[in-house]
Write a protein that binds this ligand. Structure first.
Ligand code: URA
Length: 289
């Protein structure tokens, strides 16, 4: 049954979509709904506060199917859409992020946004939790003590930092290095999803519980999360490349945890070996590391 929307509803819809674009969310999907007589009932967005716990998968917003095709004219596309050069695409995502004030961390002492670093076409991505003091100072993820250990882990895999891409779930340092809040992860992660969809890695290694739980939208112990592959599709961010839809994701311990409990390094090495096997990598001889 054809339906048209009143100017007021259209305006409300456009504003709502702009609001989501502002949060870095551009991809929407339609949910079939039974047409109803009251047109206001068709503007049935899922409110952010209704999202489930740790649910970046829900970052894509359900827009009810409405036969009025013009309704979707208001939906703008992500700035990087159609940009095939990943260096340019990442730059556009960074520009879209701007001098971000989307969450409270902007006003809680962060010096700068820590976007991510490495090969824009990396086959392997490491995703940590949040920048610490050194990262906040230098504007690069994993450059402090935990970062040095991560660098060594990457070298042990026969790779360099420049060959992989390193990012965090959130891009601003939380005060006193506290664990990021759920809403901070939800606000920031759409940008990470777009980075992932641009880089199109084969393998993602989630470092620690915050990264694992946010990316997988499941809550479980590290011992249960490790040791297996997950099919990971960046929520709400489609790749330009129709041949890339997902990465394989493995979970391992955060390097900061390994500094506190070095006995777990062997377990982390097993996780990295799993990733190496997937990527067809052989560990270099000790003398080459
Ligand atoms: N810990 C993280 O999770 N990320 C960093 O960038 C540094 C330390």
């Amino acid at each position: 049954m054809p339906q048209s929307l009143s100017p007021d509803v259209r305006r409300a819809l456009a504003e709502r979509i702009r609001y989501y674009n502002e949060l870095g969310i551009y991809d929407f999907y339609r949910r079939d709904v039974t047409p109803v007589a009251d047109e206001t009932a068709t503007v049935n967005f899922i409110q952010p506060e209704q999202r489930e716990e740790m649910s970046p998968r829900k970052a894509a917003v359900a827009v009810p199917a409405a036969p009025d095709e013009n309704m979707f004219e208001v939906i703008s596309s992500r700035p990087e859409t159609g940009v095939s050069d990943p260096i340019k695409a990442l730059k556009l995502i960074r520009e879209d992020l701007g001098d971000c004030t989307r969450c409270r961390l902007a006003k809680q002492g962060r010096k700068q946004i820590v976007f991510g670093v490495g090969n824009p076409e990396a086959e392997l991505m490491f995703i940590g939790e949040a920048p610490g003091a050194d990262e906040d100072q230098q504007g690069e993820p994993f450059v402090g003590r935990a970062g040095q250990l991560l660098t060594n882990m990457i070298k042990a895999m026969g790779l360099s930092r420049e060959q992989v891409y390193i990012a965090n779930i959130i891009k601003c340092r939380p005060p006193n290095n506290r664990t990021p809040e759920r809403d901070e992860c939800e606000t920031c992660s759409p940008f990470l999803m777009r980075q992932i969809a641009t880089i199109k890695p084969k393998v993602i290694v989630a470092l620690g519980a915050v990264a694992a739980k946010t990316l997988l939208a499941i809550s479980d112990s590290m011992s249960n999360l490790r040791g297996r592959w997950y099919d990971f599709r960046p929520a709400g961010a489609r790749s330009n490349d129709p041949n890339w839809t997902s990465a394989k994701l493995a979970v391992t311990y955060h390097p900061a945890f390994l500094l506190r409990d070095p006995r777990q390094k062997g377990e982390a090495w097993k996780d990295l070996q799993m990733a190496m096997k997937e990527l067809g990598l052989k560990a270099p001889k000790k003398s080459d590391v």
